[in-house]
Design a protein around this ligand. Structure first.
Ligand code: ISE
Length: 338
């Protein structure tokens, strides 16, 4: 393991990129932000101000060429990931790529092909829920068999509002993609089919956005996970999972904020955004990734997991349009990802 800090280029200085920059500068050991790559110069400068010594670049190619970079964190919107992943793979650096790996399976397959030309898996995908303490407890309970076999999951994924440009397909590719990754991880088997139903529209959603939606994920042995995705629900940011077993039920994700009794009522704080709701999961994810990269490996979902999620998202988008149950098909797993 190297004794030098890992020199990271953070690509994208929006909400997630800025969050990772302050995490690395303030809480992560063994790493430093060497470059902030962002075409918007004002944003780049604001984000780099929190990372002493970091330079700003407008293109990833420039950082890879001039800044002695060991690793890259990609925090741009999903459709821009491929254009950073390919030069980074080519330069032989390690990569933590925020979800989704790419928005569709064809582009994800191009990434797998490029990665297989390198010496070992270099990409970890930022599905941070796998590092959340309660999800880990739920997985341990399912794996233990203590409550009997798992039969079904009820998942709620609620955002207070949507950013400009958020579209109906992004309900699947940008939001439900988290459940699309974490459900097979919890259940221990792939998603075989997807169906999408659309309840009455929330009039508070921006014009043209049909939401909420109910997404039904069906695993290979018939475990059903229903996901309510609501993205303009105003009150806060909430992600919960209830599990139904043969002998028991379990739930995770209820708010853990301060409880208060006020004016004859009981109140408990709720998160407003994912950066606080999953703050500890992100910290654990990034620290474990840094430690792993310094040992010459990854420690979390790989590009193969990113491809599996992309294949399900594609079926989900098609189910959204058709209103029918759509089966998912996958290419065989290459030995490189065994
Ligand atoms: C956002 O990009 C995230 O990853 C959040 O976790 C998710 O809740 C939100 O819907 C996405 O837009």
């Amino acid at each position: 393991m190297t004794t030098e800090p890992l020199r990271i280029a953070v690509v994208g200085a929006g909400i997630m990129g800025s969050d990772h920059i302050s995490r690395i500068a303030g809480r992560i050991t063994g790493a430093e932000v060497a470059a902030v790559v962002e075409p918007d110069a004002t944003r780049a400068a604001a984000a780099a101000a929190g990372a002493p010594g970091a330079v700003t670049r407008s293109r990833i190619e420039d950082a890879l060429e001039h800044d002695d970079i060991d690793a890259v964190i990609i925090a741009t919107p999903g459709p821009f990931h491929e254009s950073v992943l390919l030069p980074a793979l080519d330069a032989g650096v390690d990569i933590l790529c925020e979800k989704p790996l790419t928005p569709d399976s064809e582009s994800s397959l191009r990434i797998l092909e490029a990665e297989q030309k390198t010496d070992r898996p270099r990409i970890q995908v930022g599905f941070m829920r796998r590092f959340d303490e309660e999800y880990l407890q739920m997985k341990a309970l399912i794996d233990s068999g203590d409550a009997g076999a798992l039969l079904a999951l009820h998942c709620a994924h609620r955002n207070p509002s949507t950013p400009p440009g958020y579209t109906e397909t992004m309900l699947i590719t940008d939001s439900v993609v988290h459940e699309i990754d974490v459900v097979p991880w919890l259940v221990g088997e792939p998603i075989a089919a997807v169906e999408v139903r659309k309840p009455r529209r929330n009039s508070l959603a921006p014009e043209g956005l049909r939401e909420p939606q109910l997404v039904l994920l069906e695993t290979a042995s018939g475990v059903l996970a229903d996901v309510e995705i609501s993205v303009n629900i105003q009150f806060g940011y909430q992600v919960t999972t209830d599990a139904v077993f043969e002998r028991s039920v379990a739930e995770i994700g209820r708010t853990s904020g301060i409880a208060r009794w006020v004016n004859g009522a009981f109140r408990q704080a709720e998160h407003l955004t994912y950066t606080t709701r999953f703050a500890r999961a992100y910290d654990t994810e990034v620290q474990r990734w840094v430690d792993a990269v310094r040992r010459g490996t990854i420690d979390g979902p790989s590009a193969w997991d990113g491809y599996l999620a992309a294949a399900v998202c594609e079926a989900g988008v098609s189910a959204q349009a058709s209103g029918t149950r759509v089966e998912v098909s996958y290419v065989p797993r290459p030995a490189f990802y065994a």
